[in-house]
Design a binder for this molecule. Structure first.
Ligand code: FAD
Length: 580
């Protein structure tokens, strides 16, 4: 059995920032970080446009309260306002911390950190490193982990969360290279396992974004929160789905339909902010244009046009967007518009945690030994819709906070007791069961069925009948997974078919909880749009959804939204109609 004081699962921005905080503040603690890909290959590395903070380097009137209001309004009032306060208050300081850790941000002529406009933000407050911000930050954090000597289990797959007697005690993982199974025990476990974009057939997310941490949490009988809120980013490169950053619109790009119109002007909700409206609204407008036959040549996409920005600005501010257009489609955006349509991008929901990053149960009680931060967590700062550049911020603010809280938490805690032999035997049996099935369906085929079902039945526009039909299809997929899966590589050494099968298990359970949560929310709020219930209904639904698995079936309940700021209760933002 492997033992650490703290085990962090995930080497993206949230996990790495937590590990750095532990190393800086609690050097005597023994920390292990487990990641199924090398930490530097975590999806965070692909983040492009930037990270928000009211540094006031460009717009002097900016402050944390304005950032907080923008975030809460963007969330369609579902965010917990106390958590948003921490996010936005701590933002300027964590950016300076990152700089001190070595992160190279883009700068203005006078040397201050550069900032740009982003959708839904009143002021220009997004700090960036060209359009490769995640790369710049993650590389420095991971270098720091090596400097501090944090023990990293890279390319280890976590397959079970050990939760018994009301307490998280560790995990079961295996080394992908050798197939060796290990029971890992810790005084506290933190999940920083990222999102689940691969639940859908078109996504900006990497192949590893399969929602494993969410699935393992649900399989342990613990709830997931607000899973119906899936962010579809407006500008996925068509047809691949790869992201063209919002920074491109932040720099002034136009969205154009087949008539050559900047169509955002034709919708009352977006006519002021135009292309810089929040993502939920922009994605719905694009889909409405396509549905009305005004996609380019009547097709499934619109144009993102940056030609008027000029080559020099494109090269200095958004070089990656240009590279991606040329690499994937042979289109140089200096001369031609890029074809785009919405792509599954971000998970607003996740493991419910309190403002100290400790996971909570169905009754909002903290769960001993279990913490989470980053995209897999729901603290909840994004509510029903996240503003661009607030996610990297969440990873850094709450990753750092999680590290600090974990250090305090484990200081007087003994190692828990657990029966390692039992967990080992169960893990071995479970892997054998996956490997020895003699069905006729590959996990690739089943995954495609799942992704198509989720996309067709639980996409940008939803309704009760389609969701219910989708859930029925998911039951068939679940049944086929249990009885008809075929894994042709039966060995344990570097068996990527095995990890693909386990990831498929994650996608199925997470997909089912997303759909069940979407079915029960009979209103439209943020990214969740029901064509059969088009209005927001605060009286009935201004609460968080909890979705969970019980005896193999999915169930839902709810918990209240925290509507008061910590600092000034009188300053709380009362829900109002959302217009831009
Ligand atoms: C293309 C793209 C561009 C983006 N641009 C921006 C942006 O400009 N600004 C912004 O604010 N947000 C952006 N986002 C969102 C943001 O990047 C992510 O939400 C954030 O980086 C998530 O970080 P994380 O640390 O939570 O998880 P990730 O970086 O996704 O890392 C997850 C980690 O968990 C590990 N893991 C998962 N499952 C297992 C398992 N079973 N066993 C072991 N390890 C496991 C993985 O190995 C990985 O290390 C972007 C997202 C995408 C996809």
């Amino acid at each position: 059995m492997i033992e650490h004081d703290v085990i962090i699962v995930g080497g993206g921005l949230a996990g790495s920032r937590a590990a750095v905080a532990l190393a800086q503040n609690f050097p005597h603690l023994d920390v292990g970080l487990v990641s199924k890909v090398h930490p530097i290959r975590s999806h965070s590395v692909a983040a492009q446009g930037g990270i928000a903070a009211s540094l006031r380097n460009l717009d002097e009137q900016d402050d944390w309260l304005t950032h907080a209001f923008d975030t809460i309004k963007g969330s369609d009032y579902l965010a917990d306002q106390n958590a948003v306060e921490i996010l936005t208050r701590d933002a300027p300081e964590v950016i300076i911390d990152l700089e001190h850790l070595g992160v190279l941000f883009s700068r203005f002529e006078d040397g201050r950190i550069a900032q740009r406009a982003f959708g839904g933000h009143t002021n220009r407050r997004t700090c960036y490193a060209a359009d490769k911000t995640g790369h710049a930050i993650l590389h420095e954090l991971v270098s720091n982990l090596f400097r501090f000597g944090t023990k990293i289990y890279d390319e280890w797959y976590v397959m079970r969360l050990i939760y018994e007697e009301g307490e998280v005690k560790g995990l079961v993982a295996f080394c992908i290279e050798t197939g060796e199974i290990e029971i890992m025990r810790a005084k506290a476990v933190m999940f920083a396992t990222g999102g689940y974009g691969r639940v859908f057939n078109t996504t900006s997310n990497d192949f590893a974004s399969t929602g494993d941490g969410l699935c393992l949490t649900a399989l342990a009988g613990l709830p997931l929160q607000d899973m119906e809120f899936v962010q579809f980013h407006p500008t996925g490169l068509y047809p691949v789905g790869v992201l063209i950053s919002e920074a491109v619109r932040g720099e002034g790009a136009y969205l154009i339909n087949d008539h050559g119109d900047r169509f955002m002007a034709n919708y009352p909700i977006s006519k002021n902010k135009m292309e810089l409206s929040p993502r939920d609204i922009t994605s719905r407008n694009i889909m409405a244009e396509i549905a009305a036959g005004r996609g380019i040549n009547g097709g499934q996409y619109v144009h993102l046009d940056v030609r008027h920005l000029g080559k020099e600005r494109i090269e200095s501010r958004i070089p990656f967007a240009r590279e991606e257009g040329m690499r994937l489609l042979g289109i140089d955006c200096v001369d031609q518009p890029l074809p785009v349509r919405p792509t599954a991008h971000y998970s607003m929901g996740g493991i419910p945690v309190n403002i100290d990053c400790q996971a909570i149960d169905r009754h909002s009680q903290p769960i001993s030994g279990f913490f989470a931060a980053g995209e897999c967590a729901c603290v909840s700062v994004h509510g029903a819709n996240r503003l661009g550049s607030n996610s990297l911020l969440e990873c850094i603010v709450f990753g750092k906070r999680a590290g600090e809280k974990l250090g305090d938490y484990v200081s007087d805690r003994p190692q828990p007791n657990l029966d390692a032999r039992r967990y080992y035997a169960e893990a071995e049996a479970e892997l054998k069961q996956v490997l020895n099935q003699s069905g006729e369906q590959s996990s690739y085929e089943l995954r495609t069925r799942l992704q198509d079902t989720m996309t067709d039945h639980c996409g940008i526009y939803r309704d009760g009948d389609r969701l219910a039909a989708g859930l029925a299809k998911l039951q068939e997929i679940k049944h086929d997974y249990a009885t008809k899966l075929n894994v042709s590589d039966r060995g344990m050494v570097f068996n990527m078919e095995l990890t693909a099968a386990l990831e498929l298990r994650s996608l199925i359970h997470v997909g089912e909880i997303i759909m069940a949560s979407a079915l029960q929310r009979q209103e439209s709020r943020g990214a969740h749009y029901r064509t059969d219930f088009t209005d927001r209904h605060d009286e009935k639904y201004l609460h968080h959804t909890l979705g969970y698995l019980a005896d193999g079936q999915v169930g839902t309940s709810d918990r209240p939204v925290d509507l008061s700021l910590i600092a000034k209760d009188e300053q709380r933002f009362t829900p109002q109609e959302r217009k831009y």
